[in-house]
Ligand binder design. Structure first.
Ligand code: F3S
Length: 424
């Protein structure tokens, strides 16, 4: 890797031993992935993945302490992933004790540390940091040092910023040094598509199911998605951005950049020039989506029992989605001549989105349906053995993939919430 004079000096200790180690970490990281040089991080804000004060993460907390002591602080303020706990979310006494005293016993200390290190504000806990209400919105072409996969996917694909799939803590290293290694999605070549995905469904595909199908097939490569114009149009409206947010999160286990024909910024500018020669083709029709859905294992012990809980909002919901879900629930409940949902239900969104939503007429209407609004990360909530025995339903492919939650498309989920019966 070619380093500038300044970078070499930092590596040799001109800014102290700790900064030299940070630089060495980035150089080794870049070396592993064939980077040619380190380039400046150019976004206004950073976003950190690690938001949870999990007791077993002591080495990470110690590392952060060392950085703070040495004054090796990020010059960028940052947002961070959602909190793992919220009293508003239903939990029994045992769960609450385990969360507070065993699992996330370091939460308070950790949040203090994040504030010292440059957290944007105390509402900046969300994976949807790029929403207007949160305000961490990178511009096209900016270089980022982020790690949260769903946010990386959105920033690359919908905003046209440039970011690799970094790991947690590597995001902080890049922000502290102000440089990231240039390879993969930071280069023009790395942003070219090696797959064409042809969508030929007879109705708009469920965003999270489509994302999951594409991720399973293209693995870590870049897809160019054609055939979505009839469903999404050619403008990145608020509804379309919400759709792509969910689509990208469902695919984020492997896909960190996708192009949608005539819609996403690079596809609009370069069209088919973005597609590499001899690329592979994947056709998605109704049958294929059904096949993918049927391949999801059901991990509940008692598969036909009524669910205990429903989570909607992984990734966090946008304002448009909160309003839309409120209207759909009201309609569904009216049809059933009921007032409140039949399954305990939690919608999750960024604290800043919740704050703005609470000032609209929709807030009371959603509350009247019995739905709880929370800023929690559903996955962090479920990531323990106690929740493994719960029967949780969700429309999130990501939550399904990393927990025992059971996936349902939105229409079916809505039916279950209003009727209280399990869909087979
Ligand atoms: Fe966001 Fe947590 Fe889901 S970080 S994407 S709500 S797993």
């Amino acid at each position: 890797m070619r380093l500038t004079r300044e970078q070499r000096q930092i590596l040799n200790g001109s800014k102290g031993e700790v900064m030299a180690k940070v630089m060495k970490t980035l150089v080794m990281y870049g070396h592993t992935f064939g980077a040619d040089r380190l380039v400046p991080v150019s976004s206004e804000y950073n976003h950190l993945l690690t938001s949870f004060g999990l007791k077993m993460m002591t080495p990470i907390f110690e590392l952060m302490e060392k950085l703070a002591e040495a004054g090796a602080l990020s010059t960028q303020a940052f947002s961070v992933n959602p909190r793992p706990m919220d009293k508003a979310v239903p939990a029994n006494l045992l769960q609450r004790l385990v969360f507070k005293y065993l699992m996330y016993s370091e939460q308070e200390n950790y949040e203090k540390r994040l504030t010292e290190l440059g957290l944007l504000n105390d509402k900046a806990y969300t994976c949807t940091c790029y929403l207007d209400q949160v305000g961490n919105l990178p511009q096209r072409g900016e270089i980022l040092s982020w790690a949260e996969p769903s946010a990386v996917s959105y920033a690359n694909s919908v905003l046209g910023a440039r970011c690799n799939r970094n790991s947690g803590m590597m995001d902080l290293m890049g922000a502290v040094a102000g440089f990231v290694p240039r390879f993969g999605l930071l280069t023009d070549e790395g942003r070219m598509a090696n797959w064409i995905v042809k969508v030929r469904t007879t109705e708009q595909p469920e965003a999270q199911l489509l994302g999951a199908a594409i991720a399973m097939r293209v693995k870590e490569e870049v897809p160019y998605i054609a055939g979505m114009k009839r469903w999404l149009g050619t403008e990145l409206t608020e509804a379309v951005r919400s759709y792509l947010k969910d689509f990208g999160a469902a695919a984020d286990s492997s896909v960190a950049l996708y192009h949608v024909e005539e819609l996403t910024p690079e596809a609009k500018d370069f069209g088919a020039d973005l597609i590499k020669e001899n690329c592979k083709v994947y056709v998605i029709d109704d049958k294929e989506l059904e096949r993918v859905r049927r391949s999801y294992p059901v991990l509940w012990r008692r598969k036909n029992r009524k669910p205990n809980l429903c989570f909607v909002g992984c990734p966090h919901l946008s304002m448009q989605q909160l309003k839309q879900w409120t209207l759909r629930l009201e309609c569904g409940l009216q049809e059933e001549r009921r007032k409140r949902v039949r399954i305990p239900t939690v919608f999750t969104a960024a604290p800043a989105v919740i704050e703005e939503f609470s000032r609209t007429e929709y807030a009371k209407r959603l509350k009247d349906t019995g739905v709880i609004l929370s800023y929690v990360c559903p996955l962090m909530y479920m990531n323990n053995p106690l929740c493994g025995s719960l029967r949780v339903i969700t429309n999130s492919n990501k939550l399904r993939g990393y927990s025992t939650a059971r996936y349902y498309p939105e229409e079916e989920l809505l039916d279950m919430l209003t009727k209280g019966e399990i869909e087979e």
